[in-house]
Design a binder for this molecule. Structure first.
Ligand SMILES: [Zn+2]
Length: 145
């Protein structure tokens, strides 16, 4: 695995956009994760997760951000994507922090841009990795193996 890269100014801007999104729309047990992605054309889209009473209907913040990008621009690729977690009231002393994409989102991100950069937690300061590094042996249909 390559050494994760340090964040650049655009990456910090993306974390800030995801943070604003979840700060604005945080709702305990319903919206707790914000995401932001930058398309290859440089446009930023944000999303928040959609939790649901029926758990399997829940949608991740990354998917919402990607959906907004696809609606607006069509196939625009993902230059960089990040998700951040907002603490619950019980965790109020905790900061909003970068979280890794879940396994399903790793698949989704890879499908929409196999070269996407992903900002991931790394101790005190998040780092950037390529989506493929988070998804070794990605799922392929039998005929595509
Ligand atoms: Zn996810």
């Amino acid at each position: 695995m390559k050494k994760p890269a340090k964040l650049n100014k655009a990456d910090e801007e993306l974390i800030a956009a995801a943070t604003v999104a979840i700060k604005q729309r945080y709702r305990d047990d319903w919206q707790e994760v914000g995401a932001a992605l930058r398309t290859r054309s440089g446009k930023i889209f944000t999303g928040v997760n959609l939790d649901a009473y029926l758990g399997r209907m829940a949608v991740c913040a990354e998917a919402v951000a990607l959906g907004r990008a696809v609606v607006d621009l069509g196939e625009a690729g993902i230059d960089t994507i990040v998700a951040v977690h907002h603490p619950s009231p019980a965790e109020k002393a905790q900061p909003i922090t970068v979280v890794s994409p879940c396994g399903a989102c790793r698949e989704l991100i890879f499908d929409y841009d196999p070269k996407a950069r992903v900002i991931v937690p790394n101790g005190k300061s998040p780092r950037v990795v390529q989506i493929g590094e988070l998804l070794p042996n990605k799922y392929r249909r039998g005929s595509e193996a």
